[in-house]
Design a protein around this ligand. Structure first.
Ligand code: FAQ
Length: 319
């Protein structure tokens, strides 16, 4: 497995010139000089993001065969396919920094790499599919709209395209949940149950509170993140809380209230649960990794065939 090319020793002048570019709002491009820590932070974050998209296909993919109508099935197939595409753009963006696909996949499949906590919760009913679209894509969009302004060009450009696709995901989820919330008593109950289970994990997926977020200061200094985790979480709640209430649903937080500035203030988040999930002890961590490993093993013949084809092309060209 090839390692990223080591960088020459950094000088204070190089760092100052780099930071001046960030201050000027310039994008950093793959061939440009960058501090090793900037490169490492981006590889960490972009590869975790790519893994999240790929693992994120599993909770929804499980419902494709059980969609209640052809219309909903077509939407879900398109959505899951989009998530695969997002994984591809993001793996490519990380490759521009010197990470190899093999390294990244190896880290995911052996459980060394992180991916979003949210995908370690089970999808128990069809309403969960709507709730993922509304809340999970809604939270992802808030975060990714901010990242579309990130200082690293390939990541920022990937975010622009991903956000436009996520907007469709968000709309279809909201449309579905609103229809169920205003539907039959059984549908209302199913929508409420889904909200009860997904509300808190959706808040958690935006990352630990700022005081427990070691990466935020450096990422903000280098223009990768433009807002802190808590700021993005507040934006998410401010948009979604009134809409969920208007849909007739009850947010499972008795302390939720609006302050004088109009912000919706949430009750305490169970960060112990969050860290348990991040450390691999969530309800579905094991099943998700098993599913990814199975898919990787089942795809071995495709990789073999591609390698054999490439070798034959080379030998024919040599002849
Ligand atoms: N889950 O210092 P911070 C989607 C880790 S895409 C697991 O605050 P940072 C689309 C973090 O890695 C969803 N681990 O970290 C979709 C760090 O550990 P490390 C994914 C988490 O980077 C929808 C440690 O905790 N989006 O949903 C989580 O400044 C529907 C300390 O945290 C992205 O990845 C978590 N939730 O901020 C697909 C966006 N949060 O690496 C299918 C890009 C934190 O030092 C269906 N990433 N950790 O060992 C980001 O914006 C940031 O990385 C944050 C975390 C905001 C996630």
């Amino acid at each position: 497995m090839t390692q990223p090319t080591p960088l020459p020793t950094e000088t204070p002048e190089q760092l100052a010139a780099f930071e001046a570019r960030i201050q000027n709002g310039e994008k950093i491009e793959p061939g440009d000089w960058m501090p090793a820590a900037y490169r490492q932070q981006l590889i960490r974050m972009i590869s975790q993001h790519a893994h999240s998209e790929v693992v994120g296909m599993l909770p929804e993919g499980a419902w494709i065969t059980r969609a209640p109508s052809l219309h909903r099935k077509m939407i879900l197939i398109a959505k899951v396919q989009d998530e695969a595409g997002h994984g591809q753009y993001l793996y490519h963006a990380a490759e521009t920094l010197g990470a190899t696909r093999e390294q990244m996949l190896d880290a995911l499949l052996t459980g060394k790499a992180k991916y979003s906590s949210i995908f370690n919760y089970p999808t128990l009913t069809w309403a969960d599919i709507g709730m993922i679209g509304w809340l999970v894509d809604g939270a992802a969009i808030k975060n990714q709209t901010m990242l579309a302004g990130a200082s690293y060009g390939p990541y920022s450009r990937a975010m622009v395209r991903i956000c436009s696709e996520e907007t469709f995901h968000h709309k279809q989820g909201k449309e579905m949940v609103v229809a169920y919330a205003q539907g039959t008593p059984a549908q209302r109950e199913m929508a409420q149950d889904a909200l009860d289970r997904w509300w808190w994990p959706a808040l958690m997926m935006l990352g630990p509170s700022d005081k427990d977020s070691p990466n935020t200061p450096q990422l903000m200094r280098w223009g990768v993140k433009l807002k802190t985790n808590d700021e993005v979480r507040q934006e998410f709640i401010n948009e979604h809380a009134p809409e969920l209430i208007e849909a007739g649903l009850t947010i499972p937080d008795p302390l939720l209230h609006q302050d004088e500035q109009g912000n919706w203030i949430h009750g305490p988040i169970n960060w112990d649960e969050f860290w348990q999930v991040v450390k691999g002890h969530g309800q579905m961590n094991r099943a998700r990794l098993e599913a990814r490993n199975r898919a990787h093993d089942d795809g071995a013949w495709v990789r073999d065939a591609l390698n054999a084809y490439e070798a034959r092309q080379h030998s024919q060209a040599a002849d």
